[in-house]
Design a binder for this molecule. Structure first.
Ligand code: SAJ
Length: 435
């Protein structure tokens, strides 16, 4: 692929905008397209409409150099990258309406000879479905033999939120073509900025590989979460248990937590279950185990609260994981809202250093207030650690000695040596094991 090629990226979100910016900063002329005018306006000013380390610099420079522009409609180009959301519907099947809308918008400007790359995480068969959709929308782009003159490939994103700009460059990529020629052509484009290896395959395998990666993590987190429930029943400290088991050279158990959040790991396994329901028993069960964890934490907090009159409950962390501001599908948020709903007379002090005001789902409760860790810890009867943010790691466990502690991340359990734990903390650890 020559550097003169023009690329359109449809969807300027967490994946589309970094991809557009990194291509533009490697000399490709990129137009970003988004239906959200706020995103188009922000990017046109060289700004990023969400938080992601290092992205602002890339966007600012790419826009200033003229390599990256943004607009609301799809212009003609050589390559189109589709990076739009693929949420799931109520029955856990994928909602492909954003992909369909993107394909329809792209179809209007195609002339033949272009390459369309799907980056959105999608059920097996989606890239082929896009090609069939185009054949129906634009029969003039079919040869007399019925072959499309536009090529299609799937190149799933695999970057970790919080490390996107690094992982875009260093991670290996999987590129699956509807035809081998499409895969080779797409691989050339990614080679412009990707220093990892680019692996070629067919579109269906690439689609399933992405889903399998996130399901692998979900199943392994579910194993850890199930262990936490088993340990609670058997009065064993799950953190100590995992630490010891992981001393085995071939054992690497992940960390239990309050549940699995974010837009990826809690969603993608359902696309496999939906595609092959009879065969996906383990994957389905893992989802159910992880989805049940927030309710379990709420129940434990409610049991502790029932023993106190008008308890003050500190909830440390609302984001879906440590050191980010992203509240999407956050189990911590779900737990906070359910505690507010189900624990009568409780006053809730939510601590989330990465946000300035409570999200609407919590702000609607008079009993919930956003506050600092110091203030919450000074007055709380019950302390619920929901996210292991860096700021919380420096909390002195001695300040928790007189309080009921529900540590869903094992932060304080792991912080101390197993021998010689201070008395108050040893008590707190009883409660850790019980969550
Ligand atoms: N979690 C645990 N215990 C663990 C690890 C994670 O409870 O031991 C929880 C986190 O707290 C969080 C959730 O799981 O709520 C997911 O966090 P994560 O850091 O595992 O993953 P994501 O959702 O931020 O990003 C994942 C990554 N996929 C894999 O690691 C296989 C990333 O590479 C993907 O690009 C991303 O999904 C995506 O967009 O699909």
């Amino acid at each position: 692929m020559s550097l003169e090629s023009t690329v359109v990226v449809v969807g300027l979100g967490y994946i589309g905008l970094p991809t557009a910016a990194i291509l533009a900063s490697h000399g490709v002329r990129v137009t970003g397209v988004d239906v959200n005018p706020r995103h188009v306006e922000a990017v046109s000013r060289g700004e990023v409409p969400f938080v992601e380390p290092d992205l602002s610099d890339h966007v600012e420079r790419a826009v200033a150099s003229g390599a990256l522009t943004a607009q609301a409609t799809v212009p003609p180009a050589d390559v189109f990258i589709v990076a739009v959301p693929t949420p799931f519907a109520d029955n856990h099947s994928a909602d492909l309406s954003y992909i369909d809308a993107a394909m329809a918008a792209i179809a209007g400007v195609l002339r033949g000879g272009e390459l369309v790359i799907l980056e959105s995480t999608s059920p097996p068969g989606t890239t082929g479905r896009m090609a069939s959709h185009l054949g129906l929308l634009r029969p003039d782009l079919l040869t007399p033999e019925g072959e499309l003159t536009v090529e299609f490939a799937h190149c799933p994103e695999r970057v970790l939120p919080g490390r996107i700009m690094t992982e875009l460059v260093t991670n290996d990529r999987i590129v699956g073509g509807v035809t081998p020629a499409a895969a080779a052509r797409a691989a050339n484009l990614y080679a412009v900025f990707c220093r990892g290896e680019v692996h070629l395959t067919d579109a269906r395998t690439a689609e399933l590989a992405k889903l399998v990666e996130n399901s692998f993590r979900d199943v392994n987190i579910a194993f850890a979460n199930e262990l936490s429930l088993i340990c609670e029943r058997l009065h064993v400290d799950v953190w100590e248990l995992i630490d010891l088991a992981n001393k085995h050279p071939r054992v690497n158990i992940l960390s239990p937590g309050p549940g699995v959040g974010g837009h990826c790991i809690a969603v993608d396994p359902w696309f496999i279950v939906s595609a092959a329901p009879m065969e996906s028993r383990l994957i389905r069960t893992a989802r159910e185990v992880n989805d049940s964890k927030p309710g379990h934490v709420v129940q434990r907090v409610a049991e502790h609260a029932a023993r106190l009159r008008d308890p003050v409950i500190a909830l440390l962390g609302l984001a879906f994981k440590a050191d980010i501001d992203d509240l999407r599908e956050s189990p911590a948020l779900q737990i906070a809202a359910e505690v507010a709903q189900t624990v009568p007379g409780a006053r809730l002090l939510a601590v989330e250093p990465h946000i300035e005001q409570l999200p609407p789902g919590l702000a609607s409760f008079d009993s919930v207030r956003l506050t600092s860790a110091e203030e919450a810890l000074a007055v709380a009867d019950i302390v619920v650690l929901l996210v292991d943010h860096r700021q919380f790691r420096s909390i002195d466990p001695a300040t928790l000695a007189e309080k009921v502690v529900v540590d869903t991340r094992g932060l304080w359990s792991q912080a101390q040596s197993l021998a010689g734990a201070p008395r108050g903390l040893a008590d707190a650890r009883q409660l850790v094991a019980a969550t």
